[in-house]
Design a protein around this ligand. Structure first.
Ligand code: SF4
Length: 500
């Protein structure tokens, strides 16, 4: 694999922590008015290098890196050579190098999940704070691309720190209102931001434009006053600290509201409570808790009665609780852009959800709604962190559950994308047999908490289609329909023939 390298700086001190080797990669899709390296913009040219060569150069300077230093990829726009960058980072990480990329967020998103988990520091260049100024400064209508990049950093697996940078040009953003917009725009990534820097615009690169014969768009604009830039940098940092404080306050308020709503629905009968708590102790999830800790754990968990139709969690809920279903059924779903409900899972007695969210500190992505009256055990974060976080049994249970969900999701994708209506219906019935089927003399009984519409949402079919298909299966003798909510599966093999 070959990458195009514009140049190297061997003892860089400002582009990432400590002393660093900086690889400037060739090519950039933006045309910033103030760019002082216009020669890096062209996607062709530069020196051809392999990831192995990059590693060899990094090895040569390793002794200068010390505790903090390492390797930075800048540009141009380093994400533009996504595949090459991913390969370089893999090699560097295998040998334990500290890594950094200096980016504006413009590359091929396909490679982001490979690149971003391997980046320790992301220097994020924030060009402007609204669509129009972004287009004015960068020459392209790319504000939405930039917003999407920062909003999805977690999703791409980025776990490092962020240094945010903004080049301040006189007459553009050198005012207090712009700094307020600046802080608003970085809100989605605020918990990762470690530093906010304002770089005063300078005219050192103007000569290069003359040499390259490119018109300079900021002709006549004076360099940014350094003291004024510093003043506004201090102001921006103060605003940022305030916004963090506000975030913490909001988070605490949300947590308290959730706590109250669970408490309001807490099981009232002491006898029932102690019976449930006794049984909980036998579940694998709690079996690893030491006897002397069990009392504290069971005292702190909240046992709530959730009525059919009520929500247990919603998209965006902060990871403050994990939930274990003691009795009942819950659906996990999301509403697609066109308003359709897509059900992912049906959870029932003994299932739990949210362990992974607590482990990786990620908000809930989907919606959990009770299909039947449920008894749900909410395990607060502080109990999870103290008693579950280091338990191999709990971690194993979460891992197994996550694996089951991946398999489930894969099957769902397969069912939705490749099957016809008969296959989807048969697949759904078999899934339900496995999840909630009860063997009886007449066959396997499915007492459904889902109506026909929800059955359709679960299987990717319209309500009319699933109703028709169930009717056909009944005619063929595969199933029997008892009222609207019970199905008796009489011939599992016949159903399997559709999907296996
Ligand atoms: S993103 Fe950087 S390299 Fe690309 S045009 Fe802007 S300043 Fe120049």
């Amino acid at each position: 694999m070959i990458g195009l390298l514009h140049s190297i700086e061997t003892m860089g001190l400002v582009d990432g922590p400590g002393t660093r080797t900086i690889f400037f990669l060739q090519g950039c899709p933006l045309r910033c008015a103030y760019c002082h390296n216009p020669d890096t913009q062209k996607k062709t040219g530069g020196q051809e290098v392999t990831p192995q060569r990059i590693l060899e150069i990094a090895r040569r300077y390793r002794s200068y890196y010390g505790e903090e230093g390492g390797v930075t990829f800048s540009g141009g726009e380093p994400l533009l050579q996504g595949q090459f960058l991913a390969a370089c980072l893999q090699l560097l990480k295998q040998e334990g190098y500290n890594t950094c990329i200096d980016t504006s967020g413009f590359g091929n998103a396909k490679y982001y999940p490979e690149i971003l988990p391997l980046v320790d520091t992301l220097i994020l260049d924030v060009k402007a704070f609204d669509r129009k100024s972004f287009a004015d400064i960068t020459g392209i209508d790319g504000f939405d691309v930039y917003l999407k990049f920062i909003q999805n950093l977690d999703l791409y697996g980025f776990k490092g720190q962020i240094w945010v940078r903004h080049v301040m040009v006189p007459g553009y953003t050198d005012n207090a209102e712009s700094m307020q917009e600046f802080i608003k725009i970085i809100k989605p990534i605020s918990r990762r931001v470690d530093r906010i820097e304002i770089l005063p615009y300078h005219t050192a690169g103007v000569k290069k434009y003359e040499e390259l014969g490119i018109p300079y768009r900021l002709e006549g604009v004076e360099p940014m006053d350094k003291d004024r830039a510093k003043e506004l940098e201090i102001y921006a940092n103060k605003l940022f600290a305030d916004s963090l404080k506000q975030d913490r306050r909001e988070r605490e308020e949300k947590k308290q509201a959730k706590f109250k709503s669970l408490k309001d629905r807490e099981v009232a009968s002491e006898a029932e409570k102690s019976e449930i708590l006794k049984n909980l102790r036998n579940l694998p999830l709690l079996s690893d808790v030491a006897d002397e800790d069990a009392e504290t754990v069971l005292k702190e968990v909240i046992l709530s009665n959730i009525k059919a139709g009520e929500y247990i969690f919603k998209t965006g809920d902060l990871p403050e609780f994990m939930y274990l279903i003691y009795k009942g059924q819950m659906k996990i779903f999301f509403n697609s852009i066109d308003g359709e409900e897509q059900i992912f899972y049906i959870y029932t007695d003994g299932d739990f959800v949210g362990g992974l969210n607590l482990l990786v500190d990620e908000p809930y992505r989907y919606i959990g709604q009770a299909l039947t009256d449920c008894k749900v055990v909410a395990i607060p974060r502080h109990i999870f962190d103290r008693y579950f976080y280091n338990s191999p049994v709990v971690l194993r249970s979460i891992l197994v559950k996550s694996f089951e969900r991946i398999r489930w999701a894969e099957e769902l994708i397969l069912r939705l994308s490749t099957s016809n209506a008969s296959m989807k219906t048969a697949g759904l019935l078999l899934k339900l047999v496995k999840r909630i089927g009860v063997k009886t003399d007449e066959g396997i009984r499915l007492d459904l908490s889902l109506n026909r519409e929800e059955l359709g949402n679960y299987s990717g079919l319209r309500r009319e289609t699933i109703t028709r298909k169930l009717g056909e299966f009944r005619e063929l003798g595969y199933i029997e329909l008892v009222g609207n909510r019970t199905i008796i599966v009489k011939d599992v093999e016949a159903l399997e023939a559709y999907v296996l």
